[in-house]
Design a protein. Structure first.
Length: 332
């Protein structure tokens, strides 16, 4: 029995996991699960900013080989893509499922089905982990699915793959449930967060969230094969014209979290969604913009993690019309 399986069973048999489910679902009656705190009654299928009611909405689940090497490994990451989102990034590469909410309602499933999808990814596809993509607005449903999956044999780490706009109170309910946190740090300026992602106070909330994630999970721990077992990996997407304020964000991470933190620096920016019509973000990044960030990493002494090369960003763009294989580099 591995360490994560022991933790799951302890939470399950003590009754603590069920108590967390009950607390989280109670909060859905006047929803405050994410920082928007819309206050709608999602138990009665009222919709707030994320256009999501009580049932989770899953657009795709598959073995994904395009995540960071420690997440994907050889067998792939068992990725569950939730539809809808609590942000509206103008450049979102997942816009087919994150913002076209009218087309997603038929993807509603119950929590038992979500639990069974997790076990399928673990037992049939032999994935290294269960990777929840855009989970922030479905935390109560995820925790209930975990409650249902443990008796079915859940034993691999869970990955919380998020835009970073998370509630610290909600994250605290995930302690010992989530093994690996994979947040974005998108902006160091609320001005740009509002302009390009329709999000107030992103900087404060994302930094509170990352601090809480680090408190729970610490620095990345991998097994003998280099597969992540526990820890925090922070993603940072380089934006054109320095709009991600990479220097400020990375300096904050080095000073306030740890210079040993594991980073995933992404150069894959490609104008998607509404971005081609918005001049400052309507182009790819330049070599000089990329080099500026690589030099910054050296300056800050941040050596752990991954740095994407300046390869074709198109390779990273999914097509969710290919439900179980949304990435074009992966075959059916």
């Amino acid at each position: 029995m591995n360490n994560m399986e022991q933790k799951y069973l302890s939470l399950y048999h003590s009754g603590e996991l069920r108590q967390r489910v009950e607390r989280l679902e109670t909060r859905l009656s006047s929803c405050d699960i994410c920082p928007r705190k819309c206050g709608v009654n999602r138990l009665k299928n009222e919709h707030g900013y994320c256009h999501s009611g009580y049932l989770p909405v899953v657009s795709s689940y598959c073995a994904h080989h395009g995540e960071e090497p420690a997440i994907s490994g050889h067998n792939g990451s068992g990725t569950i893509f939730f539809a809808n989102c609590n942000m509206k990034c103008a450049f979102c590469q997942n816009f087919q499922i994150s913002q076209n909410w009218q087309d997603q309602q038929y993807h509603e499933i119950n929590c038992q089905t979500l639990a069974e999808q997790m076990i399928y990814l673990q037992d049939t596809l032999k994935c290294h982990n269960i990777n929840f993509v855009s989970p922030s607005h479905f935390v109560p449903q995820i925790v209930r699915a975990v409650l249902l999956a443990i008796p079915l044999g859940l034993k691999i780490p869970l990955v919380y793959n998020t835009n970073g706009y998370d509630s610290r109170d909600t994250l605290r309910e995930l302690e010992e449930i989530i093994g690996i946190y994979l947040p974005d740090i998108k902006y160091a300026s609320n001005k740009w967060a509002k302009k390009f992602s329709d999000t107030e106070n992103y900087v404060e909330h994302s930094r509170f969230a990352i601090k809480e994630m680090y408190r729970q999970a610490g620095n990345l721990i991998v097994d003998k094969k280099g597969i992540a077992q526990k820890g925090l990996i922070v993603r940072h997407l380089i934006l054109p014209h320095g709009l991600a304020d990479s220097r400020e964000s990375l300096t904050w991470l080095a000073n306030e979290i740890s210079p040993d933190i594991t980073l995933s620096i992404m150069s894959q920016y490609l104008p998607q969604n509404r971005a081609p019509q918005i001049l400052p973000i309507s182009r790819k990044i330049t070599v000089s913009e990329y080099n500026e960030v690589t030099l910054l990493l050296e300056e800050l002494g941040m050596e752990n993690g991954w740095l994407q090369g300046m390869d074709s960003p198109e390779a990273y763009v999914p097509d969710f019309n290919r439900k179980n294989h949304p990435f074009t580099t992966e075959t059916e």
